[in-house]
Design a protein around this ligand. Structure first.
Ligand SMILES: NC(=O)c1ccc[n+]([C@@H]2O[C@H](COP(=O)([O-])OP(=O)(O)OC[C@H]3O[C@@H](n4cnc5c(N)ncnc54)[C@H](OP(=O)(O)O)[C@@H]3O)[C@@H](O)[C@H]2O)c1
Length: 303
């Protein structure tokens, strides 16, 4: 009774694979670039896959009782939108062809909107594609912004002694820790207690501003006066390009940041079951920025 786990090298998927293995489940992990032999040593079956290739995905899902699926984000991809759309359709087709019974899909709160700016726009399409699976039970986990992604700013913080983006310093928005997302995903993959198509919101225990998040990071890095700088859209775009993102992705992310300033974080919060998750930002940062944890987390943080 195999459970297939996409993105098993990533923030959420790695934790889902770990939890399922600890619980004694038979696990198949989907390997892309990063090596997953440590999971093989723990008993997981490892299948190498490119999510743009429907045959790879069919092999990955074949015979699986349940699957975690996600839309990977290659932030350096010049054709980010087009490639994610292709992956979304390939995942849908492979799930349909293999008849996986229960699917947990990672999405975002903002994906509720058809015209969502930034990467959540692709997730809206992903949810729509999965919605076409008539005989598959699908649970969509719409998460708030991942706290883990704050760590992607650490190199810039160390170099410039400041954090910054186009998000206004005092805009509050929900943030969730990927360990809480993974716990919910793993539990639901094990219980398989959902039927039809359902949406669940994972919003974290508190809403946070970028000023608060920056102060909390600074306090743990021995930089108690670390400033948060509101960047203009052009400055924010330049910073993202400088961090290696493609033109298309940098533009999308700035659009997403500007939408947060217009209250996008509170849109889409209705219409799903809200699930409280326990991890506060301070607790997350205590763990992530403890000695020895920083390097690994910086490597694992996306954009
Ligand atoms: N950013 C947010 O705040 C947020 C909020 C809500 C939802 N989400 C969604 O949650 C998803 C998972 O987030 P995460 O942080 O766990 O992602 P992540 O850490 O970036 O991990 C992505 C995973 O996908 C794999 N992958 C990349 N390209 C692939 C491809 N072409 N084919 C197959 N696998 C591929 C990666 O493997 P390699 O590393 O080996 O390439 C990695 O295992 C995101 O993709 C996003 O859609 C994000």
């Amino acid at each position: 009774m195999v459970v297939a786990v996409m993105g098993a090298a990533g923030n959420v998927g790695s934790k889902v694979a770990d939890l399922l293995l600890r619980a004694g489940e038979e696990v198949r992990v989907l390997q892309h670039r990063r090596d997953l032999s440590s999971l093989r040593r723990r008993g997981a079956e490892v299948v190498t896959v490119d999510a743009r290739n429907v045959d790879d995905l069919r092999r990955s899902f074949d015979g699986a009782l349940a699957a975690l699926v996600l839309l990977p984000e290659d932030l350096s991809d010049p054709a980010f939108v087009e490639n994610r759309s292709a992956m979304s359709r390939a995942i849908r087709d492979a799930l349909r062809d293999t008849g996986v019974g229960h699917v947990v899909a990672l999405s975002a709160v903002a994906a509720a909107r058809a015209d969502a700016p930034g990467p959540p726009g692709g997730l809206h399409g992903f949810e729509r594609d999965l919605g076409e699976l008539e005989t598959t039970n699908v649970l969509v986990l719409r998460s708030a912004a991942y706290m883990d992604y704050l760590l992607a700013a650490l190199p810039t913080i160390r170099e410039r002694k400041a954090n910054g983006s186009a998000v206004k310093a005092d805009v509050r928005f929900p943030m969730v820790a990927t360990e809480d997302v993974a716990r919910e995903a793993a539990e639901r993959l094990r219980r398989r207690d959902f039927t039809g198509h359902r949406v669940e919101l994972l919003l974290g225990p508190e809403d946070v501003t970028m000023a608060q998040a920056t102060a909390a990071i600074g306090a743990r890095l021995g930089m108690p006066d670390l400033p948060y700088v509101e960047l203009s859209p052009d400055e924010a775009r330049g910073a993202l390009l400088g961090a290696g993102m493609s033109e298309q992705v940098a533009t999308l992310l700035v659009d997403m940041q500007l939408a947060l300033n217009d209250g996008a974080a509170s849109e889409g919060v209705e219409g799903g079951d809200r699930s409280a998750t326990p991890t506060r930002l301070g607790d997350f940062l205590d763990r992530a920025l403890s000695d020895g944890a920083v390097t690994a987390d910086e490597e694992g943080a996306g954009g």
